[in-house]
Write a protein that binds this ligand. Structure first.
Ligand code: MRU
Length: 356
């Protein structure tokens, strides 16, 4: 998608260097950063220079390519794979991508391993783009249906950033929105600010602005009243891990939006590529929920009047804070899952019908 009118992807490989858009700098600065070692890839994932489930998977895949470039040795590669998987706990795409790479690389001799790894990492990215595009075309039908009835702009609420910045291109939750916009269907997005890191404000609103899509940032607690007033036609969110029973783990606060949507008969959709499905964990209580530093809550970053980026403390010195980064929305609150293979019910039956 575009930034300042120029097409970008979120990650690419050039002259043995991985290039990323540093998302900790957005929206105030647009900086492309080089990753030259596996350690730098792990750090980029931990510090959220790259974030979003599919993108951290792709970064981990390229992290293994960098590991081979640094030290073409099986035990170094194995350790790197383990460290990459540990860099963030909740999104299953990370482990999925590392396992896929390691399966491909097992038994490959050291002369060929670099080529095989770079081709596979690129394939992971190309596949994600293709899947996100299909998610868009499948989700477009829902938006089109609402528009045909309403004959007015479709108001869509989203949480966090499941946009193209969280993937390689298109996004998951935003892909139907981009496809609707390209088709001339008027859409307006309510972007939940998404405290504490504000991915909705800093990233979703930013990328929609760059594509010319109308959007309004709202405080995380505003969705409920907008739904009661009939100002939300549908919700679409992304996910970091969807269980085979249809339960969805996503950015903290998603669950509360789903409850409000249910109470107000607002359709609540989750968009995901199959790389986000965890077929192993059966109980959502077993999903590892990331707990991040409480400083992400107590300190807030912004730009002052001179254009300087500053971080300021907003909490009382003595107060403790807790920063759980994800929650689980039970399948019963989800209207449907929008995947690359089609839309299905959020249930074991629904998912198994699509992904035999
Ligand atoms: O902590 P983040 O910014 O990585 O969380 C991102 C999300 O919660 C997204 O909704 C999710 O990864 C889906 S990405 C298409």
């Amino acid at each position: 998608m575009k930034i300042k009118g120029k097409e970008y992807r979120t990650i690419w490989f050039e002259n043995n260097v991985v290039k990323i858009i540093d998302q900790t700098k957005l929206p105030h600065q647009f900086e492309i950063k080089d990753l030259k070692t596996v350690k730098e890839s792990i750090n980029a994932i931990k510090t959220m220079e790259v974030r979003g489930a599919p993108l951290i998977g792709a970064t981990a895949a390229y992290g293994l390519v960098l590991a081979i470039l640094e030290n073409n040795d099986q035990s170094f590669l194995k350790r790197s794979a383990e460290d990459l998987i540990k860099s963030r706990p909740t999104a299953i795409n990370l482990k999925w991508a590392v396992d896929r790479m390691m399966n491909k690389l097992s038994g490959i001799n050291s002369e060929k391993i670099l080529d095989v790894a770079s081709i596979e990492a690129k394939e992971i990215c190309e596949e994600d783009i293709k899947f996100c595009e299909r998610i868009g075309l499948n989700g477009l039908k829902i938006i089109e249906g609402i528009y045909n009835k309403k004959k007015d702009a479709v108001n869509i609420l989203t949480h966090c950033n499941a946009g193209w910045l969280a993937t390689i291109n298109w996004g998951t939750a935003t892909s139907p929105i981009y496809h609707a916009h390209k088709k001339g269907i008027p859409v307006h997005v309510w972007a939940d600010e998404t405290r504490p890191r504000n991915q909705g404000a800093n990233l979703t609103s930013y990328e929609l602005n760059e594509e010319g899509i109308k959007n309004t940032i709202i405080a995380d607690n505003t969705g409920g009243i907008l739904m009661q007033r009939g100002q939300v036609d549908m919700c679409i969110v992304g996910t970091d891990r969807t269980l085979s029973n249809g339960d969805v783990c996503n950015k903290v606060g998603t669950y509360l939006k789903a409850l409000a949507a249910k109470d107000n008969n607002v359709p609540f959709y989750v968009a995901l590529p199959s790389s986000t499905i965890d077929w192993n964990i059966k109980n959502s209580k077993d999903i590892p929920i990331e707990e991040r530093s409480s400083e992400e809550l107590s300190k807030i970053e912004g730009v002052d009047e001179d254009g300087k980026v500053k971080k300021v403390k907003i909490y009382p010195n003595k107060s403790k804070a807790m920063n759980l980064a994800f929650d689980v929305t039970p399948a019963k609150y989800i209207t449907g899952l929008i995947t690359e293979k089609g839309i299905c019910e959020a249930s074991e039956k629904g998912l198994k019908n699509l992904f035999k």
